[in-house]
Design a protein around this ligand. Structure first.
Ligand SMILES: Cc1ncc(C[n+]2csc(CCOP(=O)(O)OP(=O)(O)O)c2C)c(N)n1
Ligand SMILES: [Mg+2]
Length: 324
């Protein structure tokens, strides 16, 4: 790629993603955020590096682990937090919880917590873009577990057949709930299956935001040139448990030593080290952390102080025309 990688912009996004979720960890014990939360801490380089190439009108589909994909696409933190608190100002008006984020103005038409459920949705919007000739691309984020669903194969086959502008991003974090990949698949190489459908498929280090940015750049350019779908398989690791703010070794779901092995590979620390070799000042990083933290504290408080949905008004459940 000839254009320089916007490292500082990527750093700002990664700090936002990390601090957004750290705040959830901080407040979750108060028991007033009732939604289950599937945290993304440790995987931030993937959403950051991919979404940096997207335009506001491009479509994005994600999963139960969706907060950071939405933020990286440009979502406002306040309606996300408000949704987690079940407030009327939430992105689903307090009726969806953290697994169903929706920001139609940002091309996030709705999120499915059914594993693999977002994959055909992204193929559908890509087909719509092709028929309309509107130049939008679709990106679908999903986990290694979703590659075991039938819809994964149906969707990849159809997208390749019709040469649709859809980027499949399989975030291989090595686990589906408490099941390690090695116990579920004969070969851990998911991208080979995508390649078999006749699309470019790359495996990469999902904790290296520069590598993700470059691969996603190649992929999105391929889509925009009308050359058909593209598949990325970034390898990464989630620091928190499958659901909730714990770490999943306490309950025997995975070995603590494995988590400790991955922590030094922190994608944010890695980018910071890289920037420091170019003279980036640590004080600037600390300032960014503090500013982002203060902004998120405000968002959290604004979210928590809003009212609950009017459960006696059935029309509250209906989407207004033009909302999606
Ligand atoms: C069709 C379906 N089966 C099972 C579940 C329960 N479930 C929720 S998340 C999950 C694991 C998903 O693993 P993966 O796709 O790798 O995503 P990750 O949680 O690692 O981000 C399972 C089995 C579900 N939501 N939908
Ligand atoms: Mg997984």
């Amino acid at each position: 790629m000839n254009t320089p990688i916007p490292l500082r912009g990527l750093l700002r996004t990664m700090i936002l993603l990390r601090r957004f979720e750290e705040k959830i960890v901080e407040v979750y014990g108060r028991q007033d955020m009732k939604t289950p939360v599937h945290l993304y801490i440790g995987q931030e380089a993937v959403a950051t590096g991919v979404c940096a190439h997207l335009r506001p009108e491009d479509y994005l589909f994600t999963t139960h682990r969706n907060h950071c994909h939405c933020l990286a696409k440009g979502a406002d933190p306040t309606p996300l937090y408000a949704e987690f608190y079940g407030r009327v100002t939430g992105c689903c008006r307090g009726m969806g919880g953290s697994m169903h984020s929706s920001f139609p103005a940002l091309g996030i038409l709705g999120t499915s917590a059914i594993v693999g459920g977002g994959i055909p949705h992204g193929v559908g919007t890509a087909l719509a873009s092709r028929l309309r000739g509107d130049g939008r691309v679709s990106v679908v984020f999903f986990g290694d577990g979703a590659s075991e669903e039938g819809t994964f194969h149906e969707s990849l086959n159809f997208a390749a057949l019709k040469k649709l502008p859809v980027l499949f991003v399989c975030e291989n974090n090595g686990y589906a709930t408490a099941s390690p990949l090695a116990n579920r698949q004969p070969s851990g190489d998911i991208s080979r299956r995508a390649a078999a459908y006749g699309m470019p498929a790359e495996r990469l280090d999902g904790n290296d935001v520069e590598a993700v940015y470059e691969a996603a750049g190649r992929a999105v350019e391929h889509l925009r040139r009308g050359l058909g779908p593209y598949f990325l398989e970034p390898a990464t690791y989630r620091w928190k448990g499958h659901v909730g703010p714990g770490e999943d070794w306490e309950n025997g779901a995975r070995p603590r030593a494995e988590l400790e092995e991955w922590k030094p590979r922190c994608p944010l620390a890695r980018l910071l080290r890289r920037l420091e070799t170019e003279g980036f000042d640590r004080a600037e990083y600390d300032l960014l952390l503090a500013e982002t933290g203060a902004r998120l504290d405000e968002a959290l408080e604004r979210a928590r102080s809003a009212g609950f949905p009017p459960l006696d008004q059935p029309e509250h459940f209906l989407f207004r025309q033009g909302e999606c």
